[in-house]
Design a protein around this ligand. Structure first.
Ligand code: PLP
Length: 462
């Protein structure tokens, strides 16, 4: 068995059952025992262009011949400039400047500090609070974790986190106010105004949100008019709107950036994941000229990470972006995403453990319930998210699990394959999911679940 050794020197939350990867190509991954898996969640919703892309491999080879790494304050590099220009050209007006980082948490940290620097440069020194949402996920570093509302990841670190105000996410299936859209009058969006007034507008710098909820909420799509209300409140109080597009960017939801779904104009966006699709660590923050010029004139931006904007990372980012744009992968995500959602809804018709199917493009989720009528989540000990993920894995389908958060959200799995997936491959994935759900339903009926016996995956940290 090509499994990891019992005395594994790594200490991620893997187990002795975790297979060794042998190769990955397109939407498939093979382990060293020759088993083939469909990568139904693009790793951690990162590998947007699929595995083993020849264009990216050629770009890596080519870049390696000239310069792998140079430091950004000593040399500018062509791939960095080209990629930044292309990002600016492809994004909404008002996102004119790019600041590179190497991952999603770094992007969020940078966005927060950029906001703060902006208000300091304008003499508004009181503005330091960033309002975020419950539930949410913005990263694992302490600044990003302070904005995150997902208890399992926060609890041990809470004494170290800056307290930051939270408002309810637009989670209509489990509405915080127990209201129904549209009669709710978007109470969850209007909560932002209340939170700003509670904190004192002069203390608030920004509001941050995932445009379509990712790991913590499971492909949570807001009501159509949600962000118009949010944008209006931000404008009236002079606070910045940061969109965390780390998971949703680069075609994932059927548009290059998720804000395009609502013609929304964010002040700052945080990017990573699909940006280099797993071929190299890369991320970025984008913001407007006025904001950046004010920061630079007001003493600069004393922030950065060593690997940021290195030639290889940017060459990879450029090849990935070209692939996404030239081969219309966002459009393919929109089309195959509709097929996937409709297939998932059909499955929901057969399996009462599915409480809700949601998502947009190829960011989709199934939320599980113990009782569909009352929407009661499974008791934590049932570990339904692990059970479904494990059964899928044993049938060669990788999906991304998230356990429930005491009444705030139910157990769910994300289904988010690479954007290159074909219609036939979507059907193949749905078939494996169908077999998985049938097996899980049988296990639940037989009560043969052993909560302690999660031999493969545990809750994901990102
Ligand atoms: N923001 C969002 C919305 C994410 O989904 C993630 C990761 O899942 C992050 C930030 C953190 O990214 P990273 O794991 O690259 O630090």
């Amino acid at each position: 068995m090509n499994r990891i050794a019992a005395a594994n020197p790594l200490f991620y939350q893997t187990s002795a059952e975790t297979p060794m990867v042998a190769k990955a190509e397109g939407i498939y991954i093979w382990d060293e025992d020759g088993r083939k898996y469909i990568d139904g969640c693009s790793g951690a919703i990162i590998c947007n262009i699929g595995h083993g892309d020849p264009g990216v491999l050629a770009a890596i080879n080519e870049q390696a011949k000239s310069a792998f790494f140079t430091y950004r304050t000593q040399f500018e590099n062509r791939p960095a400039v080209k990629l930044a220009q292309k990002l600016v050209d492809l994004s909404t007006p008002g996102l004119d400047r790019v600041f590179y980082v190497s991952g999603g948490s770094e992007a969020v940290e940078s966005a927060i500090k950029l906001c703060r620097s902006y208000f300091c440069s304008k003499g508004e020194h009181g503005r330091h609070l960033i309002i975020s949402r419950t539930p949410s996920y913005h990263g694992s570093t302490l600044g990003a974790l302070a904005l995150t509302a997902y208890a399992p990841l926060e609890i041990p670190y809470r004494p170290m986190l800056k307290a930051s105000p939270k408002i309810p996410a637009p989670y209509c299936y489990r509405c915080h106010y127990q209201l129904t859209y549209p009669q709710c009058n978007l109470a969850c969006a209007k909560a932002l105004e209340t939170a700003i007034n509670e904190q004192g507008p002069e203390n608030v710098a920004a509001f941050i949100a995932e445009p379509i909820g990712g790991a913590s909420t499971g492909a949570l799509v807001p009501p159509e008019d949600y962000f118009a209300v949010i944008r209006d409140i931000c404008n009236r109080y002079g606070i910045l709107l940061i969109l965390d597009e780390v998971m949703t960017g680069f075609g994932r939801t059927g548009r290059l950036f998720a804000y395009e779904h609502w013609n929304l104009r964010p002040d700052i966006i945080a990017l990573s994941k699909g940006m280099a699709s797993g071929y190299y660590p890369l991320g970025a923050v984008m913001a407007g000229n006025e904001l950046v010029e004010s920061v630079l004139a007001g003493g600069g931006f004393p922030h950065g990470h060593t690997y940021a904007g290195n030639p290889m990372a940017c060459a990879v980012g450029l090849a990935v972006l070209n692939r996404i744009v030239d081969d219309q992968l966002a459009e393919n995500a929109a089309e195959t995403g509709r097929q996937l959602l409709s297939g998932l809804r059909q499955l929901a018709g057969h399996y009462p453990i599915i409480g809700e199917v949601r998502g947009r493009g190829l960011l989709t989720a199934l939320e599980f319930v113990a009782d569909r009528e009352s929407r009661a989540p499974f008791a934590n000990s049932d570990q339904i998210f692990n059970l479904v993920t494990r059964e899928a894995f044993s049938r060669g389908l990788i999906i991304y699990p998230r356990k429930s958060i005491n009444g705030l959200a139910g157990d769910h799995v994300l289904i988010a394959p690479p954007l290159i997936i074909s219609a036939a491959q979507v059907d193949e994935m749905l078939e494996r999911l169908n077999e998985t759900l049938a097996a899980v339903t049988r296990l639940l009926a037989d009560k043969t679940i052993h909560p302690g016996n999660q031999h493969h995956r545990t809750d994901q940290s990102t």
